[in-house]
Design a protein around this ligand. Structure first.
Ligand SMILES: [Zn+2]
Length: 161
């Protein structure tokens, strides 16, 4: 199951569908219909032809994220632009509007809010966001590191092919 990987691809700003109720045939059909790359750890499924497929080698999440970025030649530059829960693009939320939906101390201390039009969740740079930032930093993918180093992690591409 690659549900966690899908969530992280969304955190990085990519449109990632994950639906564990779909069978192999439905997954293949969906990937073709929507011109998606099918990510799988299933070797049988990875042999299908006529669609873009990426076999995920590792069980380790960090390695999975780096493999997808490297193999698909992605340079993530829209982190935190998509709802990790439902894959919807987030919208900016006015702090005044946000104040009605978040705890009082959050409304007082935060200035930037985003809102998911599908699940109505409100996101801000709180502890959860910081934890995600730390994970991105560990992978060399934080916004700060990107500006400083211009994506050297894609060097992996040279070796991995
Ligand atoms: Zn959502």
């Amino acid at each position: 199951m690659l549900g966690t990987l899908a969530q992280w691809m969304r955190i990085l700003g990519y449109d990632a569908v994950f639906d564990p109720t779909l069978g192999d045939h439905q997954l293949v059909r969906l990937a073709r219909a929507e011109n998606r790359v099918l990510l799988t750890r299933d070797r049988e499924l990875a042999r299908r032809r006529g669609l873009r497929l990426l076999f995920i080698d590792s069980e380790d999440l960090d390695e999975q994220i780096l493999q997808v970025l490297s193999d698909l030649e992605l340079a993530p530059d829209r982190s935190f632009s998509r709802c990790p829960v439902c894959n919807q693009a987030l919208e900016c939320l006015d702090p005044v509007a946000a104040a009605a939906q978040v705890p009082a101390y959050v409304a007082q201390t935060q200035k930037e809010f985003r809102h998911c039009p599908t699940c109505q969740r409100v996101y801000w740079r709180g502890t959860h966001w910081q934890q995600m930032e730390q994970t991105l930093a560990r992978l060399g993918l934080s916004e700060t590191q990107r500006f400083e180093r211009q994506m050297p992690d894609l060097e992996r591409k040279e070796n991995g092919g």
